[in-house]
Design a binder for this molecule. Structure first.
Ligand SMILES: [Zn+2]
Length: 329
């Protein structure tokens, strides 16, 4: 398979083409790190201003969608310790969160002194959705370029659960622990618009509605909530702050975080992830993390060799895969 000589994107990635040197169009479109650093600075200033505006006005300054993984753990640390925000963490339990991830959530939130809510959705309902996602492409290709169908299902639950909590508790900021490769800098700090969110909701809700019917609706926003213009800010701080994997691991280990074992190289918290990756690879012939890892390599956050290893050498774990298959039945 042909792979870009600068990043890690394969020839099977949607919309890709290569020049004579084997460099892909995504690498050509990248404006360079100087431009990126400039944008990062602007986003940082914007965030500081936002904090000044909202801090202390509600019970919580910020809600963090907290998976217990390394990036969201580090994000929590920064929000609390560097930016001095009062944070409510919300964890979505899809039935496949590893025991170690739960232990990590408990240690880290206890050590940092923050509140945590675990939201466990009806597993019978989730199972039906996950199983359907293994058999069909549920979402538009644009969404599947960045994450598998199964991951997209969970992302929807996480997004809308977080949004409902934030609106209900009048929390002005929703923070995400996306890595710099997962979320682009231009959307790293933005006020959510009801209209935009309504169409995003339909993209996620509609295919799930077709699978399980109206029971899906109570996980999403009701019409009247879209009429209130009190939507929170969406902030992804790792997109504009320094990102260094060694430093991140060192910092979060000091908070009691322990690296989970037996998972694939791209996820430190969800057991379903490897399974979802295998299905995605079979169906589309590219790894669902390829885009994210390519961004990290292009911007110098990850060296190319490690990037290639992360997406072309998925660790085979037949025990894990069969455990997941039987749990989904
Ligand atoms: Zn490339």
């Amino acid at each position: 398979m042909k792979i870009c000589t600068k990043c890690v994107l394969p020839e099977t990635f949607p919309g890709i083409n290569f020049d004579e040197q084997g460099v892909c169009n995504f690498c050509h479109e990248f404006k360079g790190n100087d431009k990126l650093e400039e944008e990062k600075k602007k986003c940082y200033q914007k965030f500081i201003k936002l904090i000044e505006e909202v801090q202390g006005k509600s019970d919580y300054d910020c809600l963090l969608a907290y998976s217990g993984g390394k990036d969201s753990t580090y994000t929590l640390y920064l929000l609390k310790e560097q930016f001095k925000l009062t944070v409510l963490t919300v964890t979505f339990d899809n039935g496949f969160v590893s025991e170690q991830a739960f232990k990590n959530i408990r240690s880290v939130t206890e050590n940092l002194g923050v509140d945590n809510i675990i939201f466990k959705a009806d597993f019978q309902l989730l199972k039906k959705i996950f199983l359907a996602a293994t058999k069909q492409s549920m979402f538009p290709m644009k969404a599947l370029e960045r994450a598998s169908s199964i991951c997209n299902c969970c992302i929807a639950f996480v997004k809308f659960t977080a949004l409902k909590f934030a609106i209900e508790k009048r929390i002005p900021i929703i923070a995400w622990g996306w890595s710099p490769g997962q979320a682009p800098i231009r959307s790293s700090i933005m006020k959510m618009s009801a209209n935009l969110f309504k169409s995003t909701q339909e993209m996620y809700r509609r295919p799930m509605f077709e699978i399980i019917g109206s029971k899906i609706n109570h996980y999403f926003l009701k019409e009247e909530l879209f009429r209130n213009d009190n939507f929170p800010w969406n902030v992804n701080i790792l997109a504009f702050l320094d990102y260094n994997e060694d430093k991140i691991i060192k910092t979060i280990k000091s908070l009691g975080w322990v690296n989970p074992t037996g998972l694939d190289t791209n996820s430190t918290n969800c057991l379903l992830n490897s399974f979802a990756n295998v299905i995605h690879m079979k169906r589309y012939n590219f790894h669902p993390y390829a885009f994210e890892i390519a961004v990290m390599v292009r911007t110098g956050l990850l060296d190319r060799q490690n990037g290639l290893r992360k997406i072309y050498q998925e660790e085979d774990n037949p025990n894990l895969l069969s455990m997941i298959e039987s749990k989904l039945k």
